[in-house]
Design a protein. Structure first.
Ligand SMILES: [Zn+2]
Length: 228
């Protein structure tokens, strides 16, 4: 099994904290904490799909403006997760600028912001083409520690005390499965849509007993299979 993600610290040990996690197969990235991100390239910033902010002390949050500056004018949706107060903090940043020209953008940036509290997670949307105005509407769900569970990636959180509410995060990658095509040829097994079904069977615990039959060959979809 190989990894589907690459990670790097954005800054040095005495500079603003930030971890950039890149998923090459899908060309997207997650960002953990949003201190200075000046060392990231524009290309790297444009890949960011989700941002996880532990708390909004300035060294963890001052990169928001740079991130926003790069993203403006792009047809992107970015989901930001943060602790109690993050909605107010983001709205404060957004209200610090004049947005009378943004209706002219063909493409519109959308920010989805989720404030993670101990009892509830409150989510609001801010649309560039609507001048990032805060609306009264929001979605509220009961707190759960799993913030993201998609495409084999799970991000969990825990609320810590840092004098203020502060989020810790963990990211876990599901086993990544690659099929060795030359091994298939040696086994005289044809490639086809069954490969995705097979991967799905391996990825989901429910189907561990699934059996795939190829003429006289049988392959059991069990974990740690060594055929490939
Ligand atoms: Zn702090």
């Amino acid at each position: 099994m190989s990894s589907s993600l690459k990670s790097k610290l954005i800054n040095g040990p005495f500079d603003d904290p930030g971890l950039y996690i890149y998923f090459p197969l899908v060309n997207r990235a997650f960002l953990f904490d949003l201190g200075s991100i000046n060392s990231l390239s524009i290309k790297e910033i444009l890949r960011i799909k989700k941002i996880f902010i532990s708390h909004t002390h300035i060294d963890h949050f001052c990169g928001f403006d740079h991130f926003l500056r790069i993203m403006l004018g792009h047809n992107k949706t970015v989901h930001i997760f943060g602790p109690d107060g993050i909605l107010k903090n983001i709205e404060g940043k957004l209200s610090g600028y004049t947005w009378n020209l943004v209706e002219k953008y063909q493409q519109g940036l959308v920010l989805i912001v989720s404030e993670v509290g101990s009892k509830f997670i409150k989510t609001k949307k801010y649309l560039c083409r609507e001048r990032f105005l805060s609306s009264d509407s929001f979605e509220q769900t009961a707190f759960k520690d799993v913030l993201v569970n998609e495409s084999g990636i799970k991000v969990k959180t825990r609320i810590l005390d840092h004098g203020i509410s502060c989020l810790a995060f963990s990211i876990k990658e599901r086993d990544f499965i690659n099929i060795d095509k030359s091994a298939l040829m040696k086994l005289k097994i044809m490639q086809g849509p069954w490969i995705n079904d097979f991967k799905h069977a391996l990825y989901t615990d429910k189907n561990q007993e699934s059996i795939f039959v190829f003429s006289t060959k049988k392959i059991a979809a069990i974990h740690n299979i060594n055929l490939f």
